[in-house]
Ligand binder design. Structure first.
Ligand code: ZN
Length: 240
C-alpha cells in the first residue's frame, strides 16, 4: 500500500464563501475522497492548524507520498517544519506540490530558486496539453485536459529546469505555463502540478484526478535512505 498524506493549509475554505461552496470540507477532503477509492492507496489528511502543522516526524516517517496545497499561510509555516519536509524528500519520500504551493517553503527549499510566476484571475478556460504522452503520470489522459475555469499562471516560472516537463497549460489570453514538472531531489521524487485554484472545482474533474492518482504511484519511494554522513570503510583493508 502507498501511504499518502494530503496536507492543506485549510484557510480559504473556512474564510471565503466562494471557496467553501466548492470545497465545503476543504480541498484535502476532496483529494482524500477520490484517492481512497484506489485499492493500493491509503490516505490521511493533515492541516496547518494542527499541532506541528500536522507534520510531525512520525507522520512523515509513515508517509510515502505527501500532497501539498498552500497559499496565503505559507509564510506562517515554521522553517523547522519546512526543513523537516525537505529532509524527508531527500531521504526518499515523494511529494506533489499543487497550484499555489509553488511558493511554499518546502518547494522553494527543494528547488533553490525564487519559484515566482505571473498570474491573473479571470476564470479563463485552460487547455492542459500533454507534451510527453509516454510518461506514467499522464496515462489514461487524452491529448489535453480541458479545465473550464482556472486562475491563469504565466511564464516565466522561476524554477530550475525540470528533469522532465510533461504538461504545458495554455489559457484563453494566450499565456502558457509549465504545468506538470518532475524532478529528483536526493532519493525523493517531486512533481509540481499547476491546476487547482480554490474557487474552481478543478479537483473534481476526472482527468485531473487520474493525473494525481498516477502521480502518487510515480512518486512512491523506491528506497527510504539514511542520509546521515558516515565514515567509509577502507576498501583496500577489507580486500587485502
Ligand atoms: Zn490560485
Amino acid at each position: 500500500m502507498i501511504r499518502v498524506t494530503v496536507w492543506n493549509e485549510f484557510f480559504h475554505e473556512k474564510t471565503e464563501p466562494a471557496a467553501r461552496e466548492v470545497y465545503p470540507n476543504g480541498i484535502h477532503a476532496c483529494i482524500k475522497e477520490f484517492l481512497s477509492v484506489e485499492e493500493d492507496i491509503t490516505v490521511r489528511t493533515a492541516t496547518q492548524d494542527e499541532e506541528e502543522c500536522g507534520l510531525t516526524r512520525e507522520v512523515l516517517d509513515n508517509t510515502d507520498v505527501l500532497i501539498w496545497w498552500g497559499h496565503v499561510k505559507q509564510y506562517d509555516l515554521p522553517l523547522e517544519i519546512a526543513e523537516r519536509v525537505k529532509q524527508a524528500v531527500l531521504a526518499g519520500m515523494g511529494i506533489i506540490f499543487l497550484h499555489s504551493s509553488h511558493l511554499s517553503r518546502p518547494f522553494c527549499m527543494l528547488m533553490g530558486t525564487a519559484c515566482n510566476l505571473k498570474w491573473r484571475e479571470d476564470g479563463d478556460k485552460e487547455r492542459l496539453w500533454i507534451v510527453d504522452p509516454s510518461h506514467p503520470i499522464v496515462q489514461g489522459v487524452g491529448d489535453y485536459v480541458l479545465i473550464p475555469n482556472e486562475e491563469t499562471y504565466c511564464e516565466p516560472f522561476g524554477i530550475p529546469e525540470p528533469d522532465k516537463l510533461i504538461m504545458i497549460g495554455a489559457y484563453e489570453g494566450g499565456e502558457v505555463f509549465r504545468s506538470g514538472c518532475c524532478w529528483r531531489r536526493g532519493y525523493g521524487k517531486v512533481f509540481y502540478f499547476q491546476p487547482g485554484h480554490e474557487t474552481y472545482p478543478v479537483y473534481r474533474i476526472p482527468e485531473i484526478q487520474t493525473i494525481i492518482k498516477n502521480a502518487v504511484r510515480w512518486c512512491e519511494p523506491t528506497v527510504r535512505a539514511n542520509i546521515d554522513v558516515f565514515s567509509s570503510p577502507n576498501i583496500k583493508k577489507l580486500t587485502d
